[in-house]
Design a protein around this ligand. Structure first.
Ligand SMILES: Cc1cc2nc3c(=O)[nH]c(=O)nc-3n(C[C@H](O)[C@H](O)[C@H](O)COP(=O)(O)O)c2cc1C
Length: 368
């Protein structure tokens, strides 16, 4: 837990503080990207290469950030991406704290299948909040099916299937830490919704993933649920078209926070290609990866995302202050989005136009 004297004014403050409060092996697990960590850094750096072109002298006395995701009303276009093992960050409540914070901040939470709280407990904690369930294709397909059925019964509103993880990406620090605490999960830190038949080692989950999965499995998933399907991990137009053909309702443009395949491009860069590929299909496109500021959110919306999601910042918030920390991370970001909208001259998300965000090259090429 963070000291009362610490001040938290932006999302990076939570990261700095959290790094001091966790064992290094766990900081490595939460923070690191794969291999050279190129994509991890690129997610953040790419946002900085886009510039803003505001409209001025517009009445911005009232800003409405609300939108809908898959037909559900949310108060602002930012949600929480699925991240595993929240009780490593917040022993007391873990994902239950995240669900409460997300609901209280008027947003949507995607629960990781490697959650340390049960699906049912998270649903209860969230009260009437909007929850989506993230699943993967396990070798024992009944595990995937049981996650879907339990989420349906608990009132979740969508299934998010992660398709960029047939194997785990290679993280050098995790390999170096093989004898560390991270590989010896405490009882309360286990993925309680997964009956994987493994003991207590975080690293063993990799062996349970089904590498044989193809687009046929998306058809299977659709056949076992009436909930809308969101495909997470898409980074090209071709993949997006495939997702549409296979009945996706949403696409989460994601490179897994730079944790799977290094040298994937930054999500903010590939976003328009995906948006163009699904144009006219009615499929919603979201983005995650490197979103840390209100201006990042604005840039993603201008480049075609309907909403964006954040991963690590929630873990830092939980580590620093549990429920209060996760809530504060969201409220700081929401306030930043609000301010950005005012300064950009937009009173609601429909007024955000693609021309309001340009790549830095725009000015290099300009003859003015
Ligand atoms: C510690 C950690 C655990 C994650 N666990 C999952 C997971 O269980 N399922 C999944 O689909 N993505 C998982 N992700 C990826 C996130 O959903 C998301 O794509 C990524 O964190 C977004 O980037 P950001 O952290 O820069 O916001 C995880 C990411 C982190 C950092």
């Amino acid at each position: 837990m963070a000291a009362d004297s610490e001040s938290f004014v932006c999302l990076e403050d939570f990261e700095k503080s959290a790094r001091k409060h966790l064992l290094q092996s766990r900081v490595d697990y939460f923070t690191d990207g794969c291999n050279e960590q190129f994509t991890l850094k690129e997610n953040i750096e790419a946002f900085k290469r886009y510039r803003l072109r505001p409209r001025l002298l517009r009445d911005v006395s009232k800003i409405d950030l609300s939108t809908t995701l898959l037909g559900q009303h949310i108060f602002w276009p930012v949600g929480v991406s699925p991240t595993a093992f929240h009780r490593i960050a917040d022993y007391a409540e873990g994902e239950k704290a995240t669900a409460r914070a997300t609901h209280s901040e008027g947003s949507v939470m995607i629960l990781s299948c490697a959650s340390t709280c049960t699906i049912e407990d998270v649903a209860t904690a969230s009260a009437s909040g909007i929850l989506w369930m993230q699943v993967m294709f396990f070798k024992r397909r009944e595990i995937t099916e049981s996650l879907v059925k339990r989420a349906e019964a608990a009132g979740f509103k969508a299934i998010v299937v992660t398709i960029d993880q047939p194997v785990f990406g290679k993280k050098y620090s995790i390999d170096k830490n093989k004898t560390s605490v991270w590989f010896k999960l405490h009882a309360h830190e286990r993925p309680v919704n997964l009956n994987l038949g493994i003991k207590d080692k975080g690293g063993e989950i990799a062996a349970t993933l089904d590498r044989t999965a193809t687009w046929e499995e998306i058809k299977w998933l659709k056949s076992i649920t009436n909930l809308p399907l969101v495909l997470k991990g898409i980074t090209t137009g071709d993949q997006a078209r495939n997702a549409v053909e296979h009945g996706a309702s949403g696409i989460l443009v994601s490179n897994h926070g730079g944790r799977q395949l290094d040298y994937l491009p930054a999500t903010i860069d590939v976003l328009p290609e995906v948006v163009a590929a699904v144009e006219g299909s009615g499929v919603e496109v979201y983005l995650d990866g490197g979103v840390r500021h209100g201006t990042d959110v604005f840039k993603a919306l201008a480049r075609g995302a309907r909403a964006v999601f954040i991963g690590r910042p929630i873990i830092w918030g939980l580590t620093c202050k549990g429920y209060e920390g996760a809530k504060q991370v969201l409220s700081i970001l929401r306030e930043e989005v609000n301010t950005t909208m005012s300064l950009m001259g937009c009173t609601n998300v429909n007024e955000i136009a693609p021309s309001m965000v340009v790549h830095e090259d725009y000015f290099r090429k300009s003859k003015l």
